[in-house]
Every structure is written in C-alpha cells, then in structure tokens.
Design a protein around this ligand. Structure first.
Ligand SMILES: [Zn+2]
Length: 224
C-alpha cells in the first residue's frame, strides 16, 4: 500500500464564505441560491451539489496563496495548483470556478473515504433524524480505513457547519508538489499514519498508533 501524507492549508484570518453569508441582521445564514440543498432540520448543505450549482459572484479573494480554506472548511486552490493536480493520473479532483475570478477554484477530491459508524477510527455525535448526517465526526483512536488506494482523496469528517475534508495524497504526489518551482505557497504536509486498507472481509483489529497528527482544525465561524 502507498504511503500517504495529509495536505492542508493553515487557517487564515478573514477568509471567504462560499455557501453562507451575513444576512440583513448580520446573522450568518445559507445563501438563498443554496437553500434548496439545505436540510430543514440540521441546516447542512449538500456541498458537492451546491458547488456544482455554481459559486457566488460576489466573493472577493485577497489572498495570494496556492491553497487556503473557506470559512466552511472547503479548500480553494489557485489555477496553478489546479493545473498541477490535473496532471496527476488518473485525475481524481473536481474543480469549481468562481464566476469573476479565474485565479482560484473550489476543489474537492472525488475519492471520498466516509466515516464508518462503529469504526473506532471515528467518533460521531448527534445524527440528524431528517437527512442522516452527523452534526460532528472527529477522529477516533485508530487509523482510518481506506477501501481503495488513490493518488489524492479525502476523509469526510463533519463539523456543525458541514463537511470537514481531510485531504490525503501519496508521498509521490506530495514530493512533486513540494519540489515544484516556483514554490507553491500555503501548502502544508504532515506525515500520515498508515491507514488500514479495509475490505468487508477484513475484520477491524487493533492497530498501532492513531490519527493524532492531523492538522488542528477547530471550528471556525458561527454555528448555525
Ligand atoms: Zn439534517
């Protein structure tokens, strides 16, 4: 099995909102165009569908890094990083353009490793009775399972505002990004614990170590 790294940006102050905005009263709310994708109970949005609908045209990006996170914890990549990620075969990423800014794209890996209920790799809190999503999913005490290999993929954790994507890349992809010149800005890598290659026939057994090296991803912004 390949060795993997976590790829993440550092938190930046005054980042942008993609699917939320401040309403007339100053309260954080889901933008009207995404309301139809919003669960009436937990208020979570179907993020991938929302991004496919199109990004808002009133978002102004003042940052100059190649990778940063929106306030919802969705990652934004520069056009330069996009073109590098698109060269990785097979291309396993989806990119969503900003209508008025060709410099940046929202990005999501297509290979998603969902949290598995009952797996000690995850701790899950408060499942929504309406849509079935969890209010919060965080790392547990074991390395998480991966049911297939990939060049770039994401674990899908949850926070109250929506998904918290944790990107993983192979060591090979990490080295090519690190070695690219001129140097990419805003990319951080952490050595990743060895994930468990999981199949339904493989019983979950004790495993050494734990996913304790992940980026510190506290909750950002308001909780709806
Ligand atoms: Zn819900």
């Amino acid at each position: 099995m390949s060795r993997y790294c976590l790829l993440y940006p550092h938190d930046v102050p005054n980042s942008i909102w993609l699917m939320h905005h401040r309403g007339p009263t100053g309260k954080l709310e889901v933008r009207p165009e995404y309301q139809q994708l919003c669960c009436p109970v937990c208020k979570k949005i179907e993020e991938r569908k929302a991004l496919s609908l199109g990004l808002p045209n009133d978002v102004h990006i003042k940052l100059k890094t190649d990778l940063f996170s929106s306030n919802e914890s969705l990652y934004i990549v520069s056009a330069r990083l996009r073109s590098l990620l698109e060269r990785i075969e097979p291309v396993e990423m989806s990119f969503f353009p900003f209508p008025d800014d060709e410099r940046y794209y929202a990005a999501l890996p297509n290979v998603v490793y969902p949290a598995v209920q009952g797996d000690p790799a995850f701790r899950m809190f408060r499942q929504c009775a309406q849509c079935g999503r969890w209010r919060e999913v965080v790392w547990g005490t074991m390395p998480p399972p991966m049911d297939r290999e990939c060049q770039i993929g994401m674990f899908q954790l949850e926070k109250p505002l929506g998904i918290m994507s944790i990107w993983v890349v192979t060591d090979c992809v990490a080295s090519s990004l690190k070695n690219y010149r001129p140097r990419l800005k805003g990319l951080f890598f952490d050595e990743f614990f060895a994930p468990r290659l999981f199949s339904p026939e493989t019983p979950v057994g004790p495993n050494k170590g734990g996913p304790n090296k992940g980026p510190n991803k506290g909750h950002k912004g308001d909780i709806l």
